[in-house]
Design a protein around this ligand. Structure first.
Ligand code: GLA
Length: 726
């Protein structure tokens, strides 16, 4: 097992996964130069493609003497630093106590370790010694004695290479970190497209694809959470790359706070990609001996288009990022009362809903917002995590018992990070909420954010939560976060550490979630932030599923779930059948077909359903359970591009052994004189015979000839084709 090699004579680091190779080289003056990331290249070392030419206005290291051909400004660098002659986007920017910011990183040494590294206090992909190897390269600025460690985790079978960085101050004087990117990747050649996922509350992760142009293009978040607006997952793709062909690279940031992902095409048409914590309002003070750890980026390279890349991410996130017993266990089909009642419920009403749902086969009842403190609308009560027994008409454990008595599991909603000004908690501790002294804060949903960078604040909320959770038998918890952060000021830190607060907040959040998960290992935790406002691989380390979007309109969900599928597995995507929230009527079976491409559940008042719809629910749940394994553990294929809004949207799941598939199709509109649509399936075995609706076909015929769809007779009609090997 040797996936990481150091070629001593050439000073080349050679990292290999099943379908990718990554190389870098220690060059003149101990500069670490990036050589190659792409298709396997046999035993070649790509060392002779580095162009060293005298170029105007691109300076040279002092040690180069009269040689004007070696310039940090033009070479592909492995990890660039600010101030010493590379004018592109830098990966590292440090301010010393004498006010200067020039940094010159030189190679110092390396270490290869079996297994995959982890990062203190931060989420990271995990893999055992038979699955992964780690390379640690040390770079050093000898003037200030700052050492930078570059971490590479090579997870061979999954085609994943992870990156992370730590910065250590070995000098006596403190240094101020101003920018620490987790990833810097220089692509010396190629015509790349920049693929990103933008959105808003109720319309997350919309795919955008534009050619990379000269200058810097970037996405990011300064909202304190990874955000609805831009997802911390980006891609570089060859301009001709498609789902099934062409080169592409994915970069997934395992971090749930402010981030920046930027691509810069430079003067010589080289592309640099950087990804990490957003440098705006970021500082971190390192005293002598202190270490800063940057979060992880998971990189995947595919030479065979997007779907190959996505399936690597799906497996990696599902099995090597998500943790706990639910990562591979079947999750219960749930009903959540939110869209059915909003704040307007009593214990009796919830029980009535639960009874109806249980009789249809629903397995978990979730009581959403409104069960605690004074909380009948969103203007008060957050922070007062005491059960409102008057509203429920009983204690929480009695309610849980009665729900369990129906043969269902029981879950509740929390929003631990926020506080209402109209709450006992805020009245007692106004300084626990982010507000800047002397300024009136920006409110979001009429609430403020608690300073989770502070241990005392976290401990208080943790204690309040455990008082409730220890008493009642709670099987599921929805962890919500319903605003963007502003007015950041931590009363417990001095002026020169205020820039650390956004990152310390995220560390605090992770510490809390970790503690909660360890205390209640059998409780399923679903993440949420007004739907998918914090849908990232970092959160998935703590919550094995995340409510994908507050937008439950089935047709809009097609696009949201399409975008989400590029980097995240179906098992992570919270999706429910709801009443028709936008007023657009979509047939009940179509709402279920789309919700089944996720964790599956209901978000409506079952008392308002017709008998026919209730019978349909029974059938849908049976169907979902029958297909559960192929949906949650199979490979995923985007058969149409949801962003193009064609007449049909289709996707397919195929079991790992290729013996079972499920194809879901939704007609987006009815067309007069429909020309007919053939959909070519993917991922099947060419010569295997399959049964589709009782008819036999070889896999090749289904993949190349396709299946002919029935003509849509009503708006938003849908079909599920279950395909089994004979
Ligand atoms: C957010 C969530 C919803 C619901 C409400 C409750 O918007 O995304 O699902 O839980 O909060 O206030």
């Amino acid at each position: 097992m040797e996936w990481i090699k150091y070629h001593e004579a050439e000073k080349v680091f050679d990292l290999r996964t099943e379908n990718s190779t990554y190389q870098m080289q220690v060059r003149e003056y101990d500069t670490l130069v990036h050589l190659y990331y792409g298709c396997p290249v046999g035993d070649s070392l790509i060392t002779d493609r580095i162009v060293c030419v005298d170029r105007g206005f691109s300076g040279n290291p002092y040690e180069a003497g009269k040689d004007k051909t070696f310039s940090l400004d033009t070479l592909p660098q492995e990890y660039s630093s600010f101030g010493s002659g590379d004018y592109r986007e830098s990966a590292l920017d440090i301010r010393y106590d004498n006010g200067t910011r020039t940094l010159g990183l030189r190679y110092e040494g390396y270490e290869i370790i079996k297994g995959k590294y982890s990062i203190p206090g931060l989420p990271a992909m995990y893999a055992d010694e038979n699955e992964a190897e780690t390379l640690v390269i040390t770079l050093r600025d000898d003037v200030q004695d700052v050492r930078v460690k570059l971490y590479y985790g090579v997870v061979k079978d999954l085609d994943v290479i992870t990156r992370s960085v730590s910065v250590e101050n070995h000098g006596q004087a403190p240094v101020q970190l101003e920018r620490v990117m987790s990833l810097c990747l220089d692509q010396p050649y190629g015509d790349w497209d920049w693929m990103t996922f933008y959105g808003k509350h109720e319309m997350e992760r919309q795919l955008s694809r534009t050619p990379i142009h000269h200058g810097v293009q970037s996405v990011g978040s300064l909202r304190g959470a990874s955000s609805h607006q831009y997802n911390p997952f980006v891609m570089l793709a060859d301009k001709n790359a498609t789902e099934t062909s062409g080169e592409c690279y994915g970069f997934s940031f395992l971090y749930s706070g402010n981030f920046l992902a930027a691509a810069e095409k430079d003067q010589f048409d080289q592309t640099r990609l950087i990804m990490g914590i957003h440098p705006e309002n970021f500082e971190f003070l390192l005293r002598e001996g202190e270490i800063f750890h940057a979060p992880e980026v998971m990189m995947v390279y595919s030479a065979e288009g997007f779907e190959k890349m996505s399936n690597c991410y799906h497996k990696a996130v599902r099995e090597h990022v998500c943790r706990g017993r639910f990562k591979l266990e079947r999750r219960p089909v749930l009903i959540n009362n939110w869209e059915g009642t909003y704040f307007d419920f009593t214990g009796e009403k919830l029980l009535e809903m639960a009874k109806e749902a249980a009789s249809c086969g629903v397995e978990l009842f979730v009581m959403d917002d409104g069960w605690f403190g004074k909380r009948d609308d969103d203007n008060s009560g957050l922070g007062d995590w005491q059960v409102n027994e008057k509203k429920l008409g009983c204690t929480l454990s009695e309610l849980a018992e009665r729900i369990h008595g129906l043969g269902m599991k029981f879950g509740i909603w929390y929003e631990p990070e926020c506080v209402s000004e109209d709450s006992d908690l805020y009245r007692a501790h106004p300084d626990w909420a982010f507000t800047v002294p002397g300024r009136r804060p920006n409110r979001g949903r009429n609430q403020l954010v608690l300073d989770f960078s502070r241990e005392d604040v976290r401990n208080h909320i943790f204690d309040e939560m455990t008082k409730v959770l220890d008493k009642a038998d709670v099987d599921y918890l929805k962890w919500d976060f319903n605003r963007s952060i502003s007015d950041i000021y931590c009363a417990a830190l001095p002026a020169d550490r205020q820039g650390e607060v956004p990152h310390r907040y995220v560390l605090g959040l992770y510490e809390f979630l970790d503690r909660l998960g360890k205390r209640y290992p059998d409780m399923l935790i679903e993440g949420c932030s007004g739907g998918g406002g914090r849908f990232d691989a970092g959160m998935l380390h703590y919550t094995s599923q995340i409510w994908c979007s507050d937008d439950t309109d089935t047709i809009e969900r097609l696009k949201i779930q399409y975008g989400t599928s590029f980097a995240y597995p179906v098992s992570a995507v919270g999706s429910h059948v709801s009443a028709c929230p936008t007023g657009r009527f979509v047939p009940f079976e179509t709402r279920a077909a789309v919700a089944m491409a996720g964790t599956f559940g209901y978000e409506l008042d079952p008392a308002k359903l017709s008998e026919e719809e209730k019978t349909q629910i029974r059938g849908q749940i049976e169907e979902f359970k029958k297909y559960y394994d192929v949906i949650h553990f199979g490979d995923y294929y985007r058969l149409t591009n949801a962003m193009e809004e064609g007449p049909y949207a289709a996707w397919e799941f195929v079991s790992e052994d290729g013996n079972e598939a499920l194809v879901s199709v939704v007609a987006s509109r009815v067309r007069a004189n429909d020309p007919g649509v053939r959909i070519r399936l993917r991922g099947l075995k060419e010569n295997q015979m399959y049964l589709v609706n009782g008819v036999e076909y070889p896999g090749g015929a289904l993949m190349h000839g396709g299946i002919l769809l029935e003509e849509a007779k009503k708006e938003y009609q849908s079909w599920n084709y279950h395909i089994t090997a004979k």
